[in-house]
Design a protein around this ligand. Structure first.
Ligand code: SAM
Length: 209
């Protein structure tokens, strides 16, 4: 099933309803990117997929990466733009649907957290392969997926256009890359005001050739 074309309205409403719908903190995964691929002597080109309100994109830009980011929510993109402008940072932002996007330029780092569940299952392999094709040698992918488990109840605010991944599935798309770290964890969440749990898979993997 394709996501509804007006799906951006849900996140637009969420992002409009408050200063920051999510904690305005960078993803915890971003710190490890900084640790294993710091922008030492060169500007590393980084793409963020599903940048939301921009906390992680801003973190990367502040730390010296050359950041490009996209999301389906115009409100999220506008908030990111405004926050970047306030501190004189330049982030290249555009609106795109993950189910239609493929990169047309190369990147050194590709990052995504909390968004790959919007890919329809048949788009997963071609999408990841399109990212891999446009990743420079020594480039890093840092990706997150929500995973389904029989013993974890469905999130109360889950949408019809979210498709949870299988445990370990993300790693299977990286047999020829050097995986720096991959792990699974179960964490509590209170989104929608109801306490529940999510299973996360997190991957950091390097293209060596
Ligand atoms: C759970 S939020 C995560 C946002 C951000 N990565 C973070 O961690 O704060 C999911 C994001 O995916 C975006 N999104 C939803 N469907 C999308 C799609 N089909 N294409 C691109 N982005 C989408 C939403 O607008 C939202 O900003």
């Amino acid at each position: 099933m394709e996501p509804p074309k007006n799906h951006s309205t849900l996140y637009n409403q969420r992002y409009q309803s408050t200063d920051h719908y999510w904690d305005f903190k960078p993803s915890s995964m971003a710190y490890k990117v900084l640790e294993i691929r710091p922008p030492m002597n060169q500007k590393l080109k980084l793409l963020e997929i599903g940048s939301g309100e921009g906390a992680t994109a801003l973190f990367f830009a502040r730390n010296g990466y050359d950041v490009t980011a996209f999301d389906l929510s115009e409100v999220g993109l506008e908030k990111t733009e405004a926050a970047a402008k306030k501190i004189n940072l330049n982030i290249k932002l555009f609106k795109a649907n993950i189910n239609e996007y493929a990169p047309t330029e190369n990147f050194d780092i590709i990052f995504s957290s909390g968004t790959l569940q919007y890919l329809t299952p048949e788009r997963r392999r071609p999408f990841i392969e399109s990212l891999q094709l446009k990743t420079n040698t020594d480039g890093l992918h840092c990706l997150h997926t929500f995973v389904k488990k029989p013993f974890i109840e469905k999130a109360p605010d889950a949408e019809d256009c979210e498709y949870l991944w299988s445990s370990g599935e993300l790693l299977q798309y990286y047999p020829d890359w050097k995986t720096e770290e991959f792990f699974e964890e179960i964490k509590p969440c209170n989104s929608g005001g109801v306490s529940h749990r999510h299973v996360h898979n997190r991957l950091w993997s390097t293209r060596l050739n």
